[in-house]
Ligand binder design. Structure first.
Ligand code: NAD
Length: 437
């Protein structure tokens, strides 16, 4: 089948490469000419493990190509996917749908009868109606269906998530559109993937509800971590004991500096804004957001306390800048607010991240970037582990300790073996654990 994917970002590019890997003929379109030029030269505009290989393989096989205009490549397309960004609108947190609207209008000029237009971007309930309206007003064609097919992949494991999904959600009431979508995903369902057919509105809500639930789980465990610290319990033991209950599950029970990334913060805000516009109160979602915001500020204070309460003249090394390991995505990373609170208190910051420093420069000011973790910690008063990249867990902590001014280690992910840190002479601060004497 022929697929046109509009948007070559984390979702669009990964989905394009994966659909091509499944045997479809895919053209991935982006209005960003520099992105497309890089892709045509075989260079990836983002870091995602395995992406370069799967793109190269499918380009070589003639199943994957790139373009800047939908109209140029539309002929014979079975499914047009919209995978453009839906960033928060400044001021009110609602999803900015201008890119979705523009993509729909462009598709509308060239879509043929019998094709589907599929929204993969995360969009508020009812957006499918808007996409349909835009397409029909550009081209009066009643035989085009607009389908919601939200994407659940996670950056860092995006290819595996696409190829082995927990579920594929297809939102449309049209039987022929369901059948077309079923054929598109047949290589995955034949391998046992679950495809859930729903109404378009239900599909749109599922994506937001799932993200809000996961965000709530994180905020919940972070509050429990504070409770553990105050009462002398270990959050690691508590998380394990909770997670063994199959009704709860062990995922998303890692206490940390608060959730970030390009999805949870923006999607929970957008869900709340949509609910308000329907006069519905979502108190749990509201509290989840408030807890997360408070947490980010509290983490900054906590690091300052660890280095003696004042920042002036202090040097802090930040290991890890991206919102999680194995991505270069800096959007809403907790590192941004942590570094800004350290700087506001007068501390200077050096930082190192294996993949995130290129994007970090767009979000952070006055940070000295190091070439590696060892250079990052030279002559600092404290190390703060913000993102638990594998390479940080394998560091030689004695070597780290030997070049620091003070031996304070703040592990915001409870990721490093505490006995190795203690053996290297560190005063260790962990989330959700009583401070060792
Ligand atoms: P992104 O910012 O990485 O990529 C979006 C791309 O769309 C950009 O390259 C941009 O140039 C392009 N674009 C915008 N308007 C265009 C147009 N009119 N024509 C052609 N290209 C256009 O965004 P992303 O992270 O891939 O997210 C895309 C959507 O998927 C969002 O709604 C997001 O919430 C959702 N989503 C993201 C993830 C994730 O982990 N990043 C996971 C699931 C769902």
């Amino acid at each position: 089948m022929k697929v046109v994917m509009v948007g070559a970002g984390y979702v669009g590019l990964v989905s394009s490469a994966c659909f091509a890997e499944l045997g479809h003929c895919v053209v991935c379109v982006d209005k960003d000419t520099s992105k497309v030029a890089a892709l045509l030269e075989g260079k990836m505009p983002i870091y995602e493990p395995g992406l370069e290989e799967i793109v190269a393989h499918n380009v070589a096989a003639g199943r994957l190509s790139f373009a800047v205009s939908v109209a140029d490549v539309a002929a014979g397309t079975d499914a047009f996917f919209i995978a453009v960004g839906t960033p928060p609108r400044p001021g009110d947190g609602e999803a900015d749908l201008s890119h979705v609207r523009a993509a729909a209008a462009e598709i509308g000029t060239c879509v043929q009868a019998g094709s589907v237009v599929v929204t993969k971007s995360t969009v508020p309930v009812g957006t499918g109606d808007m996409v349909e309206f835009v397409i029909r007003s550009v081209r009066a064609n009643n035989n085009v269906e607009v389908v919601s097919n939200p994407e659940f992949l996670r950056e860092g494991s995006a290819i595996l998530d696409f190829m082995k999904p927990d579920r594929i959600v297809v939102g449309t009431d049209s039987l022929w559109a369901r059948s077309l979508m079923g054929k598109l995903y047949e290589p995955l369902t034949a391998e046992g993937a679950t495809l859930l057919n729903t109404s378009r509105r239900a599909a749109e809500v599922i994506k937001y509800a799932a993200n809000a639930f996961l965000a709530a789980k994180i905020s919940f465990i972070n509050e429990m971590a504070d409770f553990c610290e105050a009462t002398g319990a270990s959050i690691d033991e508590v998380s394990k004991g909770m997670g063994l209950d199959r009704r709860i599950g062990e995922a998303f029970l890692n206490a940390g500096p608060g959730y970030g990334g390009s999805c949870f913060p923006k999607d929970s805000m957008a869900l709340l804004a949509t609910a308000h516009s329907h006069s519905v109160a979502l108190r749990l979602v509201e509290s989840t957001i408030a807890v997360n915001e408070a947490r980010k500020r509290a983490v900054g204070r906590r690091i300052l306390n660890a280095i003696g309460g004042v920042g002036n003249g202090k040097k802090v090394a930040v290991l890890g800048l991206t919102f999680k390991p194995n991505t270069d995505d800096m959007r809403e990373s907790p590192a941004i607010s942590i570094i800004s609170s350290l700087q506001s208190a007068g501390a200077s910051v050096t930082a190192y991240d294996p993949e995130g420093m290129r994007h970090a420069r767009l979000y952070l000011r006055d940070v000295a970037y190091a070439a590696d973790a060892y250079e990052c910690v030279e002559d600092v008063d404290s190390v703060v582990l913000v993102t638990e990249w594998d390479e940080f867990l394998r560091l030689d902590f004695r070597r780290i300790a030997s070049v620091m001014r003070q031996r304070v280690f703040v592990d915001l992910r409870n990721a490093v073996d505490v006995s190795r840190l203690a053996a290297a002479g560190f005063a260790v601060h962990r989330i959700g654990h009583p401070q060792a004497p």
